[in-house]
Design a protein around this ligand. Structure first.
Ligand code: ACO
Length: 332
């Protein structure tokens, strides 16, 4: 059996840092409130004039370089995002162009909000295991600063911009018993979350108009408490599913790379699943919630910092709007 394996990781983050203290000068909030409720201290903001495909291409290039792959050899580019450059064409095709990848490579976007990267990994894994493609780049990218209402303290303190990517290819087929690579992915959605995290206008149900713009209906709206409860419930369920499917216990896991929304959500997941919080890689303090980008950014940071040893057992998990959620279990 072919197993897919992460051959390289990459990330791209804007240089501009927006601290809690800076935010507190424009909305009624404080560094103390944000840190206590979320664990976030600062986030990155992309300069005007740049878009999702710019960060996504940089992250993808870095992942390919780490894998030792010429981007021209990619068979498929998957971009998970809720903040595409524009509705048409896909951001993935723009990334393809920016990477200098010629015609023929498959390229498409997918939307599963903060679970987008885990969804993308699951799809890429299927492509590789069924031998449809050999080299797939999965990117998570978000420019959330462009879809939050900077006057709404309930949401604007939470989010940031960034991109992360992995180069997913075949495992070492010659070493038939090689255990490294993806062992399982589990993706799900829970429609009880539909109204708790959404953007009311700008799509086919309510096209953008002067009225929707005046009402701020193209910005993110959120019921924080319901999202919090849904995240703890669904991320825990996805983690437990991955453990069961692989006949593991929480103690067998070496590292958890979870969606970086809020440290309190992750504390809740750790408690429910019996996972030690020490095993969670945390960087939300510096980047806030970057939705689809958060898992691959964390994965790349941890990998480049040398946290993972060959054969380590990693659990990836996320939940976002929908609620879409999922997990992946892999040996590094
Ligand atoms: N600064 C100061 N006060 C604030 C702020 C702020 N930035 N935001 C809200 N408040 C106020 C509220 O208005 C409320 O005031 P009131 O009591 O006078 O009405 C008060 O703080 C308490 O609000 P709560 O909603 O009870 O605060 P809570 O402890 O639930 O924390 C939070 C809010 C942090 C949003 C929490 O619900 C949460 O983490 N939810 C998950 C949201 C999330 O992570 N979303 C990301 C997208 S989905 C995902 O990635 C999983």
């Amino acid at each position: 059996m072919i197993r897919s394996r992460i051959h390289g990781t990459g990330r791209a983050l804007p240089a501009r840092i927006l601290t809690n203290d800076e935010l507190a000068r424009t909305v009624d909030t404080s560094d103390e409130w944000i840190r206590e409720r979320t664990g976030i201290r600062e986030r990155r903001i992309l300069d005007a004039g740049l878009a999702a495909s710019d960060l996504a291409a940089e992250a993808a290039r870095n992942a390919c370089e780490a894998a030792g792959w010429d981007p021209a050899t990619l068979d498929c580019i998957i971009v998970a995002t809720v903040t595409p450059d524009s509705p048409l064409p896909s951001t993935a095709v723009r990334v393809q162009q920016k990477l200098g990848v010629g015609a023929g490579c498959a390229a498409f976007d997918l939307t599963a909000a903060c679970a987008g990267f885990v969804y993308g990994l699951s799809i890429a894994d299927s492509f590789i295991r069924t031998r449809q493609f050999k080299r797939v780049c999965v990117v998570g990218v978000e420019i959330l600063s462009r879809i939050v209402d900077w006057r709404d303290r309930n949401t604007c303190v939470l989010f940031g911009d960034g991109a992360g990517a992995v180069a997913l290819g075949q495992g070492d087929v010659a070493r038939g018993r090689d255990d490294r690579g993806l062992h399982s992915t589990h993706i799900h959605a829970d429609p009880t979350g539909i109204d708790h995290l959404h953007i009311p206008a700008g799509g086919s149900a309510k096209p953008a108009s002067a009225d929707t713009v005046a009402g701020g209906e193209h910005f993110v709206r959120m019921n924080g408490r319901q999202v919090y409860a849904g995240a703890v419930r669904n991320i825990s369920a996805a983690c437990e599913e991955a453990l069961r499917a692989n006949e593991l216990t929480a103690a067998d896991i070496d590292h958890v790379v979870a969606h970086q929304a809020n440290v309190r959500i992750l504390e809740g997941v750790a408690e429910r699943c019996g996972l030690s919080l020490d095993k969670f890689y945390l960087n939300l303090e510096r980047f806030g919630n970057t939705s689809s980008a958060s898992v691959p950014i964390a994965l790349d940071e941890a990998a480049r910092a040398g946290r993972f040893k060959e054969g380590d057992r990693l659990l990836l998990c996320a939940m976002g709007a929908g609620f879409a959620y999922g997990s992946a279990y892999l040996r590094w």
